[in-house]
Design a protein around this ligand. Sequence first.
Ligand code: SIN
Length: 491
Amino acid sequence: MNSLQTTTQAERILDAVPDELFIGGWTPSQDHRTLTVYNPATDLPIKTIADGSPDDGLKALGAAAQAAQHWARTSPLDRSNLLRKVYEAVIDKSEEMATLITLEMGKTLSEARTEVVYGADYIRWYSEEAVRFEGRNRLSPDGLSRIVTSKEPVGPSLLITPWNFPLAMATRKIAPALAAGCTVILKPAELTPLTSLFLARLLGEAGVPEGVVNVVTTSNAPGLSEAMMKDNRLRKVSFTGSTVVGKRLVAQASDQMLRMSMELGGNAPLIVFEDADLDNAVKGAVTAKLRNGGQSCVASNRILVHESVADAFVDKFARQMAGVTLGNGLDPATALGPLIDGRAVDKCALFVEDAIGKGARAVVGGKRVPGAGHFYPATVLDHVPLEARIMHEEVFGPVAPVYRFATDEEAVSVANDTPFGLASFIFSRDLNRVQGIVDQLQSGMVGVNRGTVSNVAAPFGGIKHSGLGREGGSEGIEEYLNVKYVAYDRA
Ligand code: SIN
């Protein structure tokens, strides 16, 4: 494994990241506590930044509340033009952004570049949506009144983002909020806050007014969110992260009746039917498993293969997974970077041991990688029984368990046997069968004959314990809008 040291270029990029909280109209006190960000590939510190307190969260909320009225009154076209400027600024700094993402999160530089395009695209998409949200004007059924609706920004919004897509998860929330006319407080993940601070700088330089976007980095996320959610100036919370934390936030939100968007855990099944194009199914399975190192809530967590093609599928799939080079994401030869931290590696190891103990066979990988950094290899487990933990819990790493099924009914029943319902993937050449299975799958998104579903123009989100609301597409902006209905007397 190549363990690259932080290069001079990387140091220059890190120097360009602000190390203070980004709160409009407020200068942080000098006695601020700090938090240190580590590179998961080396486990070495890369930058020390401000560690915000719950009080800082309230100051950020104050700034967002103060800016809210003015921002809500800007014209949709002005907001659109400003977001377009931000999009161009992010594209202009693509290489810096990508390097920063790799340094703090670990993914390969090529995946980080893809994330920058994906993340920037949310800004471009919502710069276009800013001028498109509509109300309606119609006669009431009894003919006595006119029903007129319009949309208004929900108000100051707390956006809590995860570590796995440090840029894209921030822009997927900030862009629709700003387009709708909301001001925001972004609380990035403690493990990967640098990309958000860099983005905040670009937002400021592009001309986003003071207080409209505030960024509070903290190691005390529960304390910060609790303090802010008790304050009635806050009107919305959008969270991407674990179901456990999401449920706690939903419970807390009831006090102030906050609007909520929750993008939570998944347990995506990937089903390969006997009539599938096997090469395409293998390609899709590799993508669905290894995109972002398996650290995505839409990663395929369980691979269900019809028993008649399982040997052939496992053979081809294992050969592809065995050829994946593990290493530091900055090394161009690397196809799979480190996991985010030691706990993530422990979880993969634990789930693999559990499955093997229950009868599974490791065809590829399945062993920890010694040395510095948090590495776990691409792993394929065959003959995984339904009792294995990995069939029920999200592994969030590059471990692919294969389960062999006999009938379509069994495949659907296994696929739906989970409290989660975010994404599913199916591979079949028979469109009638595809439609029938899609209708039965309990998930918010389904990929058909492909290993990805994510797209800025599509509504991303889940059902059951995978969350509430949608991000992306024309649906995403509605999450930041309230409907106002006016009844005009027709008499
Ligand atoms: C996630 O893992 O939370 C988001 C993944 C994506 O947007 O594709």
